[in-house]
Ligand binder design. Structure first.
Ligand code: GSH
Length: 326
C-alpha cells in the first residue's frame, strides 16, 4: 500500500524542520543558506626556543593533537612526518566520540580524557571551540600550567615548518616562494579546503550550486597551473601550498564526492591534479597518514544529519583510488 500524499508532504515538512535544527548546531549558515565556518581565535603564544625544545625530556615535549579524519589536522601531521619532527614533537591522535560529538584522548594526557578538558587545563576561555589540530606545550617542568600554542592549521604548519629537528629537515616555505605560497593559500582555503564543506553543508540548492561552481572553477585553475608549471603547485619544489591542498583532495572519492556532493566533475578528469595527488601520496611516510576507512567511518558516523541511516559506504582502498584503478 502506498503512503498517502498528505503524509508524505507532512513528513517532508517535519523532517526539513528537524534537519535545519540539527544543521544549525553542526554547521552555521548565513541568511542565504551558505555555510559559514566559525572562525578560530588566533593565538599569539610564543613557542619555546629551538634550544629549549631539543633539550627537553621526551615527556615534556610539546604535543600536536590531531584526529585522523580531520583534513586541517592532516596538514600538521604531514609536516611532522615530512620534516622528521618525531624527536622534537610528540603526536597525540584523538578519536571522535560520535554520540557525544567530542574528541577523546586515550590514554589521557595531563589528566585529561577529552580535548575540551585539555583546552580548559590550558586556561582557554569557555567560548573557545576545542578543535584539532592543537599544539600544546606542557611546560618545562612537571605540573606547570600547559599552554595552547595554536589551533589554526594554516598558522600551525608555518610554525612546524620552523620547528627544530635533530635531522636535516626540509624547508617547505623558502623565501623566494613565499609570495606564491600565500597566493595559493588565499585561493585554496575558501574555494577548495572550505569549499567542499560549503558544498556539503549548503542548506539549499542555490547555496550548493554557488559553492560547487566556485570549487570546480578553482580546481580548473589548479589543473591549468599544474599543466603549465608542475610538478608541484609552485613549480619544482614541494611547498606548504601542496601540503594545504593534499588533505582535501586525498579525501575526494572517499568522502567529499559521496557525502558532500562534490560531484560536478570526477577528479580523474583533471589529469594533472590526479598525477600530482599520486606523486604526493607515494612520497615516503605520506601513506601512514592516510586511512580511508577511518575517514569514511568518522565523516559518515559523525555527520549524522547528512546521512541519518548511519550506513558507511564501502569502497576500494586508497592505493587503488589514487592510481585510478577502480
Ligand atoms: N580553523 C581550524 C579548523 C579546525 C576544525 O574545524 N577541526 C574540526 C575537525 S575537522 C574540529 O575539531 N571540530 C570540533 C568542533 O568544532 O567542536 C583549522 O584550520 O585548524
Amino acid at each position: 500500500m502506498s503512503v498517502p500524499p498528505i503524509l508524505v508532504s507532512a513528513a517532508r515538512k517535519s523532517w526539513n524542520w528537524q534537519w535545519n535544527q540539527l544543521m544549525n548546531g553542526l554547521a552555521p549558515c548565513d541568511k542565504e543558506g551558505n555555510y559559514c565556518r566559525p572562525t578560530s581565535q588566533k593565538l599569539n603564544a610564543i613557542p619555546p626556543s629551538k634550544e629549549e625544545i631539543l633539550n627537553r625530556p621526551k615527556n615534556l615535549l610539546p604535543r600536536i593533537i590531531i584526529g585522523r579524519s580531520c583534513p586541517w589536522a592532516h596538514r600538521t601531521w604531514l609536516l611532522s612526518k615530512l620534516r622528521n619532527l618525531e624527536s622534537s614533537l610528540e603526536l597525540i591522535i584523538a578519536k571522535v566520540n560520535y554520540e557525544k560529538g567530542l574528541w577523546e584522548i586515550e590514554p589521557p594526557w595531563l589528566g585529561c580524557k577529552t580535548l575540551i578538558d585539555l583546552y580548559k587545563a590550558c586556561g582557554t576561555p569557555p567560548s573557545h571551540r576545542a578543535t584539532v589540530p592543537a599544539l600544546i606545550d606542557p611546560g618545562k617542568i612537571a605540573n606547570e600550567q600547559p599552554r595552547l600554542l595554536g589551533n589554526e592549521s594554516s598558522q600551525l604548519i608555518e610554525v612546524l615548518n620552523e620547528w627544530p629537528s635533530n635531522q636535516n629537515s626540509l624547508n617547505l616555505a623558502p623565501l623566494p616562494l613565499q609570495g606564491e605560497i600565500n597566493k595559493w593559500q588565499s585561493l585554496l582555503q575558501l574555494s577548495v579546503n572550505d569549499g567542499v564543506y560549503r558544498c556539503g553543508f549548503a542548506r539549499n540548492q542555490s547555496s550548493y550550486n554557488k559553492a560547487s561552481e566556485e570549487l570546480f572553477e578553482a580546481l580548473e585553475y589548479v589543473e591549468k597551473s599544474l599543466s603549465l608549471k608542475g610538478p608541484w603547485l609552485c613549480g619544482e619544489e614541494l611547498t606548504l601550498a601542496d601540503i594545504r591542498l593534499f588533505p582535501t583532495l586525498i579525501r575526494w572519492e572517499t568522502v567529499y564526492e559521496p557525502l558532500f556532493n562534490c560531484s560536478q566533475k570526477p577528479l580523474w578528469l583533471f589529469p594533472n591534479i590526479f598525477e600530482w595527488r599520486k606523486k604526493f601520496f607515494e612520497m615516503p611516510k605520506v601513506k601512514d597518514t592516510c586511512n580511508s576507512m577511518t575517514w569514511r567511518q568518522d565523516y559518515f558516523g559523525a555527520l549524522f544529519p547528512l546521512r541519518p541511516n548511519n550506513i558507511v559506504p564501502l569502497g576500494p582502498d586508497l592505493t587503488k583510488i589514487v592510481r585510478g584503478i577502480i
